[in-house]
Write a protein that binds this ligand. Sequence first.
Ligand code: HEC
Ligand code: HEC
Length: 245
Amino acid sequence: MRLVVVIAALTLAGSAAAADGKQVFGRYCASCHGPDGAGSTGQRYGGGAARNQSVQTGMGPSLHGVGALAADFYLRTGYMPLKRNGIQPRRSRLLLSSAQIDALVRYVSSLGKGPAVPRPHPERGNVSEGMVLFRSHCAGCHQIVAEGGYVTNAVPPALGDATPTQIAEAVRIGPYVMPKFSAKAISDEQLDSIIRYVEYANHPDNRGGWSLGNIGPVPEGLVSWFIAGSALLGVCLVIGKRLHG
Ligand code: HEC
Ligand code: HEC
């Protein structure tokens, strides 16, 4: 009997948590994205009592149709909730619990048909193909070894904290000033290679090789030059000693 009560209570708690999405949205997101996620132009919304409250409202795009993909990316990176209007969303400490985030992702994806959270397979990718693709599509902003770079009015972040899923999401969304890449521009297979390259650049696999720290495969030639240079210098020193000695 007691067990039944406990189970009933748990089930109730479970459905309350699932229903929470709208409530969490109302608390943290509606001020900018509108009470039903249809977007806000910075005007106050709501009638009656709401009109009399001095609620601060900001601007936010409509979330109808952005899907679980965008919600998952913007929430799990801590880009959202944005602190205030007019600033670049940045990766930050998560304000919301993972249960709240799960509920919000479900809520946002219920607002309209949109893309699901992608499931990339970097293990199927190829590092050198990824490097070539990264060079032509991403390095202009994120630099060749996936450290952050600079573009006007925005800071392309370093990619060291982005998970494979988040990289796949960012490429399909194009957050802030980053361009969005369709599956035509970059196929899912090519995306796997790009992710594999970014992971390689973040954590170079040094097994059986020379540790290059974080600099990735590109400057290997430079390192050869450095070693050759040091060897030459050594020879010069030896010759110098002989001449003097
Ligand atoms: C201070 C205003 C503000 C608040 C609060 C806010 N947002 Fe946003 N949100 C924005 C702006 C501005 C953008 C556009 C950012 C960009 O261009 O990358 C945005 C973008 C987004 C996107 C991406 C939309 C797209 O088109 O891909 C999602 C998803 C999102 N917000 C969800 C949320 C959720 C969920 C919350 C609450 C936890 C929230 N936001 C709170 C202002 C806000
Ligand atoms: C025009 C410059 C530009 C290009 C090209 C570009 N990005 Fe970005 N990228 C940005 C900016 C700016 C942000 C930060 C977005 C924000 O703050 O909302 C970003 C964010 C990201 C993030 C999220 C990182 C984090 O931890 O916050 C990832 C992952 C990413 N980019 C990957 C890529 C990949 C992969 C490519 C190539 C296919 C690419 N980007 C091309 C400018 C660019």
